[in-house]
Design a binder for this molecule. Structure first.
Ligand code: PMP
Length: 326
């Protein structure tokens, strides 16, 4: 018999698939690492498992304990599916602008969700950050993973994502491309690939226009899960060899193409990473192997950039060349 003992054991070992349509005119091999095939639907399952394992080991989480984290999406799902196996109570603090479907998903996993007011400043007692800090101090045995500082996040990618890419490409990978949110994915995976290749693998970041990592003026953007307005401790800038800025329009157009042309229904940060991967691959010879990480599934975004009206209302062009001729 071949089976996993729990859903947490299904995390990782995601496959690589070659991109063959959006890569028209490119000689290099471009391979996508499909993180939505993790059991919670995103790369965040990896960090959740390692963060909880480490907290148990370090005595920060005891049987019957409570996990409290400000998160609106993928990290919450990852934490939930590991925590529920082990009997922890879960409380996720969610900004009201992200309420709706994502809250419903967290509740479906049995988590408690506290919705907070995004119109108040961070130091206000009702803010996203203040509420989660208060819950941690008030609930006995509460543990806050703190994904923007917890080094088990990058370490999980150093120990799993990096080695999987090296193994599955038989050590032929030449470029690794990923979006930057907490920075855990690119810092951990990139560090492993640098070490194992003796510095030969080039690590390429993708960042939304308006975020801090690519150095431009800070402003809002619509692609979710990537970009920041501060420097988190989970990001190691020394690992990243170059960073591409990608606009929302480019990210969403490419994400929609990935669904229609490659059959990959993914989130907007995946389209963003693929834009950076194609810019990188364009000038490379046929022997180059570019691996681009696609962080999450597209089902959580059907009423956003997959919806034509949503796109038009925000001034984005609709790609009418595919699927519009029936
Ligand atoms: N894309 C999505 C959809 C995410 O949720 C995240 C995590 N915030 C990322 C990309 C970026 O990953 P990381 O935090 O490891 O930089």
């Amino acid at each position: 018999m071949r089976y996993a003992k729990s859903v947490a054991d299904l995390v990782g070992n995601t496959p690589l698939v070659q991109l063959t349509r959006v890569t028209d005119g490119i000689a290099a091999t471009v391979l996508a690492k499909v993180e939505y095939l993790n059991p919670g639907g995103s790369a965040k399952d990896r960090i959740a498992r390692r963060i909880i394992d480490a907290a148990e080991r370090d005595g920060l989480l005891q049987p019957g304990g409570t996990i409290v984290e400000p998160t609106s999406g993928n990290t919450g799902v990852g934490l939930a599916l590991v925590a529920l196996q082990r009997g922890y109570r879960m409380i996720f603090v969610v900004p009201d602008k992200f309420a709706g479907e994502k809250v419903a998903v967290l509740k479906a996993y049995g988590a408690e969700v506290v919705v907070t007011d995004t119109s108040v400043p961070p130091e206000d007692l009702r803010s996203y950050y203040s509420v989660s800090d208060r819950l941690v101090s008030e609930i006995p045995g509460a543990f806050k993973p703190n994904q923007f500082a917890n080094q088990n996040g990058p370490l999980s990618h150093y120990e799993s994502t990096g080695p999987e890419i090296w193994r599955d490409t038989d050590g032929t990978v030449t470029h690794f491309v990923a979006g930057i949110g907490t920075g855990g994915t690119i810092s951990g995976t990139g560090r492993f690939l640098h070490e194992v290749s003796g510095g030969a693998v080039r690590v390429v970041g993708a960042d939304p226009e308006g975020s801090i990592y690519s150095g431009g003026p800070l402003h809002g953007y619509l692609v979710e899960g990537v970009g920041e307005d501060f420097w988190p401790e989970t990001y190691d800038p020394t690992v990243v060899d170059e960073i591409h800025r990608v606009s929302d329009a480019e990210s969403f157009a490419m994400t929609r193409r990935l669904a229609r042309e490659e059959g990959l229904l993914v989130g907007g940060s995946s389209g963003m990473a693929v834009v950076a991967a194609l810019r990188t691959a364009r000038d490379l010879p046929a022997e180059a192997v570019v691996v681009v990480l696609l962080p999450d599934h597209g089902r959580g975004y059907l009423s956003k950039f997959y919806d034509d009206d949503w796109m038009r209302e925000r001034g984005f062009e609709i790609d009418t060349d595919k699927g519009a001729h029936e």
